[in-house]
Structures are given as C-alpha cells and as structure tokens.
Write a protein that binds this ligand. Structure first.
Ligand code: F0G
Length: 355
C-alpha cells in the first residue's frame, strides 16, 4: 500500500475485508497528531490533538463511512440512508457519490451547521429536513431501513465502528505508545466505542503495551450518559452532539468501565472557551463539538482528575470551517473597515485615529 491509499488498504488485517470488498477510498485517515506546546505548558500536561478535521469531508466520519459503504457495495446494496447532525450526512453523501449509490439523509431542520448542509447538497444526497431532533430522525431511519432494501449507515452499522477504530492505531503509532488518557466528545457514542475497540485490538496485536483511560465529554444540555437518563429536548451550540438518546450507550459505558475512565459534561461557555484557545494558542481550528474534548480536560485537570505530566490525546472530530457562523459569533471580533489607502491602513496598525 501507499500512505495515500486510505484506511481499508492500510489496515485490512484489522478490518472485515474480503476478496470481494472494494478498495473504496477518498484518502481518509492518516490525519496528524498535533503536539500542543503552548497548552501543554499552560496545563502541565503532554497534550496532543488528533485533528480529524483533515479528513476528506472534514470529519472523523469518513473512516467509518468508507468501510460501511464498501461493505454495502459488497453486499449488493444500491441505496444508503442515515440520520445526522451533519457530519455523517456529509460523509455518506461523498462516498455514495464516489461509489454511484443513492444516498438519503435525514437532518434536524434548523440545527445543522451550514457547511455540512452545503456538503450533503453538493455531493448530491437527497436531503430531508425533519421537524424534529436527531434522536427522532434516527428512529425513523431505523424503522425504514428495517423493512426497505436500504442500508443504514449510522454508527449502529458495525462497519462504521470498524472503520473509526483505525484512528486509535494512528495515535499509538504517532506517539510510539498508547496515550495515558484519550479525551473525546460524545454524542451518539459510536466514536468512543470505536476508539476503545481500536486500542484493545492494538494491544492484543502487541503493537502497544498499555491501554489509555477513556475520558468522554458531553455538552451540558445534551448529557444523557452523565445524567444517567435520556434527555427529551437536548440543547447546545455544539449541534454535532445535540443528542439525547445515544444509540451506542452500551459501548460507551463499556469503554468507561473497562478503561477506568471518566465521563462529564461541559457547558457551552466552556466549549467555546476551549474552541477559542485551540485556535488562538495553537493555530488549530475545529468545530465547537470537537472542542468539548479540550474543555473537558481543562475542567478535569482543574478538578484534580488528571495528574501532572500525563500524555493526553484529545480527539478533534471535525473541522472549524464546517460552522463559520459560530466562529464569527463566538470570537466576536469583526474586520476593521477603512478606506483603500495606505494612510487609513497605517492608522489602524499604529492605533492612531487617522481622522
Ligand atoms: N464530534 C462531531 C464533530 C460529530 O459530528 C459527532 C457526531 C461527534 C463528535 C460525536 O460522535 O456520535 O460517535 O459520539 N456526529 C453525528 C453526525 C451524530 O450525525 O454527524 P459520536
């Protein structure tokens, strides 16, 4: 294989790949693990960010989607369907376009970031906006795909988890060991399930000798796993994780228990603080939901739940460009508008009024 050939070819020994599985790829995976010198110093940790926003459609969903779509093709399916807060639909639409499949996506009307909606439409998916939230959309999709000849590509499809677990391998390879802590935003809980599976399999294959503790973070207004019960009307500015009834609840609970991990919630304010910190201190632009991983680590560190100097890998699940409206609102700064002259620009730079 080459470094460019995508996760199915790179990790076929760890994946449910047969002679009949198509080597579908948009060159997903192989994303950077970025060391964060400034925040490491500030927090007294060895902090790294797995920047999944550099996948072909801008989120971690590409890893799982390429596997799910390849297996759908292998099984003779011609149509895929998902419910989504945006990123899953973008990934499904892209791989369906490449593979020549029909793609139907259900989204919660008014609660998906503009960039994600633009992607699904540009890739040619049939986009249906329901007057309801993600949990309701997923219920409808599960009902329809149970009886129709349509492949469900949400993370309840086990091939999604298989593809997504490959990010754990990359983190371990980049560090030369497993991190002490893996911090991750949790919505529908597929990704925390996938990462934990990946770490356990890498250890079983003798590629690493220790396992990380899994630290999951939910938005305070959408924190069913922290509260221990469903949330009827989840609310958060991090629309990607605006989910009240996670489908992979058991996978998440298992990862937390087995790794002796930790789950907590972070407020929208804490999420936005972490989001701004990442961009302004490290030059990394992620979407708000992704910043929940750093927000959670900051909170846990303050509460004494993370020891000095530990190696922490925070998963940044999606690219900041997905949600430009939040960026402009959250930072609040606006461009200075001036005349098109050297003098006017110099006046701004030197801080003189220039009138
Ligand atoms: N971060 C981002 C950017 C996401 O898009 C999602 C999930 C998560 C974190 C949470 O991952 O659901 O596996 O716990 N987005 C799904 C979607 C729900 O439809 O795009 P999870």
């Amino acid at each position: 294989y080459t470094r460019q050939s995508g996760i199915i070819a790179r990790y076929r020994e760890f994946l449910p790949v047969t002679d009949k599985t198509p080597m579908l790829t948009l060159h997903e995976g192989n994303t950077p693990l970025i060391h964060a010198p400034n925040l490491s110093k500030e927090l007294g940790l060895d902090l790294h960010f797995k920047y999944e926003g550099l996948n072909p459609t801008g989120s971690f969903k590409d890893r799982g989607m390429v596997m799910a779509v390849a297996k759908a093709i292998e099984e003779g399916s011609t149509t895929i369907m998902c419910a989504s807060t945006g990123n899953t639909s973008a990934a499904a639409a892209a791989y369906a376009a490449r593979a020549g499949l029909r793609c139907i996506v259900l989204i919660p009307n008014g609660n998906i970031a503009l960039g994600k909606l633009a992607q699904a439409i540009a890739y040619g998916a049939e986009v249906i906006a329901i007057d309801g939230n993600f949990d309701e959309a997923l219920n409808i999709v599960r009902e329809i795909t149970a009886t129709e000849p349509i492949t469900l590509v949400n993370s309840v499809n086990p091939y999604r988890i298989e593809g997504q677990k490959t990010s754990s391998y990359e983190i371990c390879d980049a560090l030369g060991k497993a991190p002490d802590i893996l911090a991750i935003p949790v919505g529908n809980a597929g990704n925390i399930t996938a990462y934990w599976k990946g770490f356990k399999e890498y250890k079983a294959a003798d590629r690493i000798s220790t396992l990380p503790k899994m630290y999951g973070f939910q938005a305070a207004g959408a924190a069913p796993l922290v509260l221990g019960h469903k949330v009827e009307n989840p609310e958060t500015i991090a629309t990607a994780i605006r989910i009240g009834n996670p489908a992979s609840k058991e996978g998440a609970q298992n990862a937390l228990r087995e790794s002796e991990g930790y789950i907590d919630s972070v407020t929208d304010e804490e999420i936005l603080d972490a989001y701004r910190l990442l961009a302004s201190k490290e030059g990394i632009f992620c979407e708000p939901a992704s910043a929940a991983s750093l927000a959670g680590i900051i909170k846990a560190r303050k509460a004494g739940k993370v020891a000095d100097g530990l190696t922490v890998a925070c998963v940044l699940t999606g690219n900041g460009l997905k949600d430009p409206n939040i960026a402009l609102k959250a930072v609040g700064a606006e461009p200075r508008e001036v005349a098109a002259t050297r003098e006017a620009v110099m006046a701004v730079i030197t801080g003189s009024k220039g009138e």
